[in-house]
Design a protein around this ligand. Structure first.
Ligand code: SF4
Ligand code: ZN
Length: 308
């Protein structure tokens, strides 16, 4: 099959959801346009921004960093070492090697040094690993960005991640999470740095193809703690539907974002949500004490229970 764009070269990437197939060069053009369009339509970033890119060492975050650099944004990478034996060391290595190849430095936060490696923190607080991981990562993303004067935090969530999350939130009619689910969370005056997801228009397969064709060396193994991640169930369900009805995933998520986001409140859109200051650590939070401090308190209580 010939490339649908140039009609000369053999197609290398088949995209049923776009009724298209591209040769490598035309696929790069397509992918780049999708990301640019995603940034432009939702005003995620501006050329003046200093962007902190959260890089795990997996394909999505390294592709994100790669394309933001190619698009000319001022970026730095932040890697959070989760303290998961073996897997975290390999992820850190891939991140640092990629950064070196692009002549970039990476800021590293080591959760073992911070006293909250994910496996132990989850065990001690008796909470699910992925939920602990999410809380801890969000905390450090914002803390590092605010301390070092970044104007935006970018994460590599793609269309498949966001559609799966939307399905989960809808199945539970989780109004709170639905109101905050968006590729743009504006900055709040009280110290919450703007959060953006520039890959929201591109799917997992497209991101993987981009990474592969660009020769980006990323961690291919799954996180060993992902075995009971519910997001994988939602992803599988959507993949099944997508296979029978290509384009459904894209429509599902894009319709949700219509008119500024179907479940968003005015306060969230304007960045005037009721943010407070955590009573324990001073970080911005929507509750009395922030999620990170509550987690730490639970983990400490858990450790004491064990000692007794
Ligand atoms: Fe963190 Fe869960 Fe993802 Fe592993 S699978 S990196 S524990 S969120
Ligand atoms: Zn706190």
């Amino acid at each position: 099959m010939k490339c649908k764009r140039c009609r000369r070269t053999e197609a290398a990437v088949d995209l049923p959801s776009h009724h298209a197939a591209f040769c490598p060069d035309c696929f790069f053009v397509f992918f780049r346009r999708q990301v640019e369009e995603g940034i432009r339509t939702l005003a995620l970033l501006s050329p003046e921004d200093r962007v902190l890119v959260c890089v795990s060492g997996g394909k999505d975050s390294l592709v994100l960093w790669d394309i933001l650099m190619d698009l000319g944004y001022r970026t730095e990478g932040l890697h959070i070492d989760l303290g998961i034996e073996g897997y975290s060391d390999r992820s850190r290595e891939k991140t640092l090697a990629y950064a070196r190849s692009r002549g970039k430095e990476t800021i590293v936060v080591d959760l073992r040094e911070e006293g909250v490696p994910i496996p132990e923190a989850a065990k001690r607080s008796r909470k699910e690993e992925c939920s602990v991981c999410g809380t801890v990562k969000r905390y450090f993303f914002n803390r590092v960005a605010a301390k070092r004067g970044f104007t935006a935090v970018a994460t590599g969530h793609n269309l498949d991640d966001e559609a799966a999350r939307l399905l989960g939130n809808l199945l539970h009619w989780d109004g709170e999470h639905l109101s905050r689910q968006h590729p743009l969370l504006p900055e709040e005056t009280q110290g919450l740095v703007r959060k953006v997801k520039p890959l929201w228009r591109v799917g997992e397969m497209e991101t993987a193809a981009y990474g592969f064709l660009k020769g980006i060396d990323y961690v291919t193994e799954e996180c060993p703690l992902s075995f009971d991640a519910t997001s994988l169930v939602y992803k599988e369900a959507l993949s099944l539907i997508e296979e029978k009805m290509p384009g459904t995933r894209r429509r599902f998520y894009q319709e949700f974002l219509k008119d500024g986001g179907r479940f968003r409140s005015e306060a969230i859109v304007k960045g005037q949500d009721a943010v407070r200051t955590c009573l324990a650590c001073g970080a911005p939070t929507y509750t009395e004490t922030c999620g990170f401090c509550r987690l730490k308190a639970r983990a400490i209580a858990g450790a004491e229970r064990r000692r007794r």
